[in-house]
Design a protein around this ligand. Structure first.
Ligand SMILES: [Fe+2]
Length: 313
């Protein structure tokens, strides 16, 4: 699985490795397949790369989103991965705009303007990513959720943790509210049913943001939606052998999921595996300013902030 491939931050050496070295059946993209930021001299770290001035501004129109997929997909190593194995994908925020929350922009864009932005971003996503006909966008709405069963071995559930989320909480009380949701009621119900009725040995879920409790300040992740997390963990516990697959944070993390994170004796009901960035934020390092924040939790078993990229080809 891969995520966070900011083309301009480095070469896709991770994809070169995937295409040439790994024994693959499929590749799972867990968000930030593209980035919407303007690409200028200051963030173009990919050595030897040149980009057209058309990419210098933040992506807003359908033409610009299409151009962004074209740029990212021009990478020969990403092309090699796509040529070699089937791909499945969920999105995160940068397929539209950084940290957006449901119908709301994190940058104060009027909702009406942002609805148009979402509509064109989803349209370009649909045109460029492996989705079935059910995902055909209708205005600012696209259903990317999907269930894939691999015999009785694995049940994979693809979640949308962006489109239906409640906005940033205005208070701690609102953050804790029982009816607050990151998936929205309908998707929660669907995911819940898939989990509790699963006949599979392994129950895999994929989504854009980290499920493991780290800090209440991280409101963009499941930490911003504790009641919804309790509900999902309950369903994961009932399903058994549950694994959440996640990207977003540009670090490798392996964590045990517990029904009650505050209770050190609580039973582990599943695990979360987070993959680092293909390129976003450059090479990184094994430890970083967030290491302590994560590893202070006994259920975080592995933390590595190095990316998979190299700025040189
Ligand atoms: Fe990212």
């Amino acid at each position: 699985m891969v995520s966070c491939q900011a083309w301009y931050h480095g070469h896709f050496t991770a994809h070169r490795h995937l295409a040439a070295e790994e024994d693959l059946d499929l590749v799972l993209f867990v968000g930030d397949y593209i980035y919407e930021y303007g690409i200028t001299g200051s963030n173009l770290w990919r050595q030897g790369a040149e980009v057209s001035a058309a990419h210098a501004v933040e992506v807003e129109t359908l033409e610009q989103y299409r151009l962004r997929y074209a740029l990212f997909k021009s990478d020969p190593h990403l092309q090699a991965v796509h040529a070699r194995v089937p791909a499945i994908a969920v999105w995160d925020d940068h397929e539209v705009q950084n940290n957006y929350q449901g119908a709301r922009s994190a940058y104060g864009l009027p909702d009406e303007l942002f609805a148009h932005r979402i509509a064109v971003a989803y349209r370009a996503y649909y045109e460029n990513m492996p989705l079935d006909a059910a995902a055909l966008p209708e205005g600012p709405a696209t259903d990317i959720t999907a269930g894939i069963d691999v015999g009785s071995l694995a049940r994979l559930t693809l979640l949308d943790s962006r489109q239906f989320r409640d906005p940033e909480p205005a208070s701690a009380e609102e953050q804790q509210a029982e009816d607050r949701s990151i998936l929205g009621a309908e998707q929660e119900e669907w995911a819940d049913q898939r989990l509790v009725q699963s006949p599979a040995t392994w129950n895999l879920l994929a989504n854009g943001v980290v499920l493991t409790p780290i800090s209440e300040d991280r409101t963009d992740m499941w930490d911003g939606y504790p009641a919804a997390r309790r509900r999902l963990l309950q369903a994961m516990a009932e399903a058994g052998n549950a694994v959440m697959l996640t990207g977003d944070i540009h670090k490798h993390v392996a964590a045990e999921l517990r029904a009650d994170a505050a209770d050190p004796d609580a039973q582990t009901i599943g695990v979360e595996l987070v993959c680092t960035s293909v390129a976003s934020d450059g090479d990184g390092a094994v430890t970083d300013g967030y290491t302590e924040d994560w590893t202070r939790h006994p259920y975080v078993k592995h933390y590595d902030a190095a990316a998979a990229t190299s700025t040189c080809a």
